[in-house]
Design a protein around this ligand. Structure first.
Ligand code: FES
Length: 171
């Protein structure tokens, strides 16, 4: 094979390798562009904030002034596959005839459900010993923030809470 023929063969191989790499790069870019809408479709439900709704949780006469009770509610942001996990609860205290305070049950450390200790008037987290005062402020332990609250109102004879996404961790 002459020098000229060898050079032509080497050029052809270089061009072929270059075109192969270019083809792979373009295929990768096209795949990336096509995956964006698919990922957006899959991830959007996880990131969307559900609007709050006023939820009836009982009539005023079912709650005694000064008592703090647990009330079951539905998670306002159920995902299609959430099933039974959409059920949650709040701690509701009747402070006066028309005054109510509602706390999330989820500890602000790692979201374990807290328990109300009526004698001591504190919320106690069983997971890592977090303690909250009766007004939701942190008293002791690892929780970084007070217990989240729900807005509460009285409409006629009904007590209603404004639902929100279940507060977990940094919420
Ligand atoms: S989850 Fe409540 S203290 Fe850790």
């Amino acid at each position: 094979m002459t020098d000229r023929a060898q050079t032509a063969t080497a050029d052809l191989l270089d061009r072929r390798a270059f075109l192969n790499r270019l083809s792979l790069l373009l295929s990768g870019l096209i795949g990336l562009v096509l995956s964006v809408p698919i990922l957006a479709y899959l991830l959007t439900p996880l990131l969307r904030r559900a609007p709050g709704v006023w939820l009836n949780i009982g009539t005023t006469d079912t709650f005694k002034v000064g008592e703090t009770v647990q009330v079951a509610i539905e998670d306002p942001s159920p995902l299609p596959w959430a099933g039974e996990t959409t059920r949650t609860a709040i701690w509701l205290r009747r402070d006066g005839q028309t005054d109510f305070t509602a706390f999330a049950v989820n500890c602000t450390h790692l979201a374990c459900p807290v328990n109300w200790q009526a004698q001591a008037k504190i919320f106690l987290c069983p997971c890592h010993g977090g303690v909250f005062y009766g007004d939701g402020r942190v008293a002791a332990g690892p929780p970084p923030r007070p217990l989240p609250r729900y807005d509460v109102r009285v409409q006629g004879a009904n007590v209603q809470v404004l639902t929100r996404r279940v507060p977990i961790g940094g919420d």
